[in-house]
Design a protein around this ligand. Structure first.
Ligand code: BES
Ligand code: ZN
Ligand code: ZN
Length: 459
């Protein structure tokens, strides 16, 4: 699928984006025929409404995209995409109605609207193409769209075709494209190289657990991204009920998000020394599965009492975070579909995140707001540390009662980052439950575009 803006052409169709409040005035300035056509077709400028105005012989003279009003726009994002989805085949350019500061998001939305997951069944493609608007960074927007689509494809691919080996292959493909170095530790080598918890969680699966380690970039600050790559989460011996297991192909959403973000960083050649770590496992059930009450010794040396085999994400991330922390990068960011509690707290659309660094939080929130990628800060609440301390080991992977489940999970992870000056953790959902403009139902990146922008100034 080629994701790109159309080449400029003299006969591209002009798109006028119209706020309902401005419609009457706009119509009064048009040819009488245009005005009559707009009225006859009931175009009112409602959000996502689309209308082609024909020239005398039926070819399109212009396209209209309803832009609703300030209140209706606040209820969503990528509004132009909602109308563009309805435009017929052709090449379009934006002629009026979008403020300069919103242009990059609306242009990105148009590209994202063309996303299809067609690996298993062909889907009708979007045939309305946009010429890059003047003044936007078309290369950057294209890189963001491709990165996001990579994330979506990885999440949407079912575990039957996206196990640890295939996730490794996806990382290898990405590394090859950008000349990144990649090293993968597989199976029993995880034990000899001291990644005991990654091995323990993944050992019951048919496809061997592994740690993917990719490096790119020669200059700039050092950034390590760590993504949860649980290719399927049955819950282990504490097996999930069917309804909860139903979506668990997406439990590698954190790894899909960091690979998408890595694409964005590498394709736009950011001055960053990047490292991406992905513990890739399946949380499966077999005779050698780990058990409740087992006590694991982590890479860092901290012991962990297993009180629920379904709290596996924090275990594999802990060993990867410990490795990341050993070389003290400037910043470590983890991304994971870590807890159901995060969903209960903020639902599917907001990405909760944790950091002790107020400057980073501020940069992220600004970027999230201006780049239509919402996040919400939750606290690393120190008084809850006691909740992750059981009697006979250093840490408990599943505190009883479940109070503040996403905070206790975040505190657990933070125990493994003790040398690095700045750490940020995202507990994402990675799934769009219903289709919305530029966001098809299914796998979706969260916080990646906000992070991409924030890192430009805050790293
Ligand atoms: N992968 C799940 C978390 C999850 C569930 C993310 C639903 C998104 C949607 C994770 O491995 C898990 O099962 N966590 C448990 C932890 C608990 C046992 C402490 C949870 O959240 O219930
Ligand atoms: Zn789980
Ligand atoms: Zn999980």
């Amino acid at each position: 699928m080629a994701v790109q803006f159309a080449d400029a052409t003299p006969d591209s169709i002009a798109v006028h984006v119209i706020d309902e409040q401005d419609l009457a005035q706009w119509a009064n300035q048009q040819q009488p025929m245009t005005k009559a056509w707009v009225e006859a077709n009931g175009f009112q400028g409602a959000l996502h409404q689309a209308l082609i105005v024909p020239a005398q012989y039926g070819s399109p003279l212009m396209a209209l995209a309803g832009y609703g009003n300030a209140a209706s726009r606040k209820r969503g994002r990528f509004h132009l995409a909602g109308a563009a989805a309805k435009f017929p085949e052709g090449v379009y350019h934006i002629a009026s109605g979008i403020a300069d500061e919103h242009m990059p998001q609306e242009a990105l939305g148009w590209l994202l609207q063309s996303y299809r997951f067609d690996r298993y069944k062909s889907a009708s493609i979007m045939t309305a193409h946009l010429v890059a608007p003047d003044g936007v960074d078309a290369d950057e927007i294209t890189a963001l769209a491709i990165g996001e689509m990579l994330t979506r494809d990885l999440i949407n691919t079912p575990a039957s075709d996206m196990g640890p080996p295939q996730l490794e292959q996806a990382a290898r493909d990405l590394a090859k494209e950008f000349g990144a170095a990649i090293d993968v530790i597989v199976g029993a080598d995880l034990l000899t190289q001291n990644f005991p918890m990654i091995h323990t969680v993944g050992r019951a699966a048919d496809r061997a657990p592994r740690l993917i380690d990719m490096r790119w970039g020669k200059s700039g600050p050092t950034l390590t991204l760590v993504g949860k790559g649980v290719c399927f989460d049955t819950g282990g011996l504490n097996i999930k009920p069917g309804a909860s297991m139903g979506l668990m192909k997406k439990d590698m959403g954190g790894s899909a998000a960091v690979l998408g973000l890595a694409h964005m960083i590498m394709a736009t050649n950011q001055k960053i020394k990047l490292r991406v770590l992905i513990p890739a496992v399946e949380n499966s059930i077999s005779a050698n599965a780990f058990r409740p009450q087992d006590i694991l010794t982590s890479r860092k040396g901290l012991t962990v009492e297993i009180n629920n085999t379904d709290a596996e994400g924090r275990l594999v991330l802990a060993d990867a975070l410990a490795l990341a922390d050993e070389e003290k990068p400037d910043l470590i960011i983890s991304m994971a579909t870590l807890t159901g509690a995060a969903r209960v707290a903020v639902g599917p659309d907001l990405a909760p995140y944790f950091t002790d660094d107020p400057q980073l939080a501020k940069a992220l929130e600004t970027a999230a707001e201006t780049h239509a990628d919402p996040v919400w800060r939750l606290p690393f609440h120190n008084p809850y540390e006691t909740m992750i301390e059981p009697g006979i080991a250093d840490l408990d992977n599943a505190p009883k009662g479940g109070f503040a489940g996403c905070i206790t999970a975040a505190l657990f992870l933070r125990r493994f980052v003790t040398n690095t000056p700045r750490y940020m953790h995202f507990d994402i959902y990675g799934w769009q439950p219903n289709a919305a403009p530029a966001r098809a139902k299914g796998g979706v990146g969260q916080a990646t575009r906000a992070l991409f922008q924030a890192l430009k100034t805050a790293l």
